[in-house]
Design a protein around this ligand. Sequence first.
Ligand code: NAP
Length: 256
Amino acid sequence: MSRNGLERMFSLSGKTALVTGARTGIGQAIAVALAEAGADVVLLGHQDNMQETERLVAETGRRHRTVLLDLADPSAAAAGVQGLLAEERIDILVNNAGIIRRAPAVQYRERDWYDVMNVNLHALFWLTQAVAKPMLERRQGKIIHIASVLSFQGGILVPAYTASKHAVAGLTKALANEWAALGVQVNAIAPGYVATNNTEALRKDPDRNEAIRSRIPAGRWGEPADIAGAAVFLASPASDYVNGHVLVVDGGWLAR
Ligand code: NAP
């Protein structure tokens, strides 16, 4: 294949991506990588602190726009996205925002359960529904959910998180079944253990830090940039025949 052919296969030029949780970590790395591949980017956060990601996207030369919506209130967030859709054509949706609350199941607080479910699952579904409607009318779109290795495993002290991420993997397949024939690809990425705010407490605990690191065949924690290439692939024409797949990017954690 020619160099031009290869570039076209992964080019996001002319596309606009909406990335949730774009302020930090994996979401920030994905937003910047999609911009580097040619996409304009809408950055979704819930506090007025998107400046670093805005600067990094601006350095790629692509257009960015920030939208502030609280995904802990899924219906209000979906209504906010409806407003955005009146002004922007969204070609790529990355449902990345997610939270984790750690506690033994018998002590798990109702508030924590619902917060995690609202951000990780309910907001993801209602945002996807809103963004998918115009995609389905155009018969073109790419939807990428950020799942987890805890879409396959139980984890330790994170019952709501594990339940939400198992649901995200199931939903990826359910939506792909409905929409694959209509030109909208729905897939997910399941990151392993990545050094972000999400895992700060684990990395600060010397025993957990070493137990996790030493179990990863790659021998190191992942970095947000390790996840970005998978997102570019799933957003690009290179993945046009990939539907309902949960792409594990974990340094080999699940292979062990
Ligand atoms: P992170 O740095 O904590 O990123 C989470 C992002 O979600 C932040 O930008 C956060 O914004 C945003 N967010 C949280 N609550 C929100 C709300 N109510 N409304 C809107 N945005 C909200 O952690 P991360 O590791 O990059 O997480 C990104 C995704 O990867 C999550 O879905 C996570 O479950 C998944 N994941 C992470 C790992 C890992 O090892 N790190 C492994 C598997 C899966 P603020 O910071 O402004 O609150």
